[in-house]
Design a protein around this ligand. Structure first.
Ligand code: AHM
Ligand code: MG
Length: 326
């Protein structure tokens, strides 16, 4: 029987192979891994605790906030703060970024962006949700408060990104710009173990993924591309959790899109918390990620924390086919 490589071991080995490594970056990734285990435990037994349902409020974007959104957001922030490796965090759930107090930050080089629980409208019905994160090097001086420019960085500046998918099994998938690796949670030993080494997205695929209910609101080119998918008998799959829809696309190939609609003329999904981290992973796995205006997602200038974009992401062949219609 072959020996399992744990996430910790993998992160350590990767860190040691980098010449300038101080272990801090690896340490930060490990803290995110620990927070993921705790979130996994809560998500798994959510029905047994008083933690399902809406928490009664809306966030500043007008989205309904679920109790688990709040719980995962607070938990991630506490783990990042107490890692003493992170200068600040920006979250989809918070209007403003948080700069950790100087006694926590000392010489912290990194900042984190996150969607603590993506797809949270699916929680109450036991459908996959996930945590998405991205790590950047801060722009501001060490030992000072994190500032807005630390967070408004293009996706091309990402040092690492990843997601944790709480699905039929729980997976931690991440990249540090050196390929994509996936780890499956082994409950028995309480560790994420390498199960999907060097993930590569197939060049093509037969699945397309979009909220077809908005078809009439899409631009003409998008509608024509979708008509072509139906003509070709491609299979429509839409979970409504971006992290799960992108994971399927990463594993099996195909295309996922959230185009502009009349309700969300810029697109719905956030560049900083959802699109950039997942686009970095997809590109690392050989796929493409663009906006409806044909811009590489990672290259879009980020000018505000909650900036949105349309997104078309997936296998090279399918995204290139879609490009012809845009
Ligand atoms: P959330 O971060 O508040 O959960 O919203 C993002 C989610 C994505 O996971 C998913 O792709 C999309 O919203 C679904 O939106 P819609 O219900 O409009 O299809
Ligand atoms: Mg989300």
């Amino acid at each position: 029987m072959s020996r399992r490589i744990t996430l910790d071991e993998f992160i350590n080995n990767e860190g040691e192979s980098r010449q300038d490594a101080t272990g801090e970056f690896s340490g930060l990734l490990r803290h995110i891994g620990i927070a993921a285990k705790i979130i996994n435990r809560i998500v798994n037994k959510a029905g047994l605790m008083d933690i399902l349902g809406e928490d009664g409020g809306h966030n500043f974007s007008g989205d309904t906030v679920q109790k688990l959104d709040t719980y995962t957001n607070d938990l991630m922030i506490e783990y990042l703060r107490n890692s003493h490796l992170c200068a600040g965090v920006a979250s989809e759930e918070l209007e403003h970024f948080i700069s950790f107090a100087p006694n926590y930050t000392k010489s912290n080089k990194y900042i984190v962006v996150m969607d603590p629980l993506d797809g949270s409208s699916n929680i109450d019905v036991n459908i996959s949700v996930g945590t998405i994160f991205g790590i950047y090097k801060r722009k501001s001086d060490l030992g000072t408060d994190a500032v807005i420019d630390d967070f408004l960085q293009n996706g091309t500046e990402l040092l690492a990104s990843g997601y944790v998918l709480y699905g039929t099994s729980t997976m931690f998938v991440f990249t540090t710009g050196n390929g994509v690796n996936g780890f499956t949670y082994d409950r028995g030993i309480g560790e994420f173990c390498l199960s999907h080494a060097n993930m590569m997205m197939p060049l093509g695929g037969s699945y397309y993924s979009v909220n077809q209910g908005y078809y009439r609101q899409f631009n003409k080119g998008v509608r024509e591309f979708l008509d072509g998918c139906a003509d070709k008998n491609r299979m429509l799959r839409y979970i409504g959790s971006m992290v799960a829809d992108v994971h399927r696309t990463l594993c099996l190939g195909g295309i996922f899109m959230y185009p502009q609609t009349q309700k969300n003329p810029e697109g719905k999904l956030r560049i900083l918390y959802e699109c950039n981290p997942l686009s970095f992973l997809v590109e690392q796995a050989g796929g493409i990620s663009i906006s409806e205006s044909k811009q590489r997602i990672l290259g879009i200038p980020v000018t505000s924390l909650h900036q949105r974009t349309s997104i078309i992401v997936g296998s090279k062949d399918l995204v290139n086919e879609a490009l012809n219609f845009l």
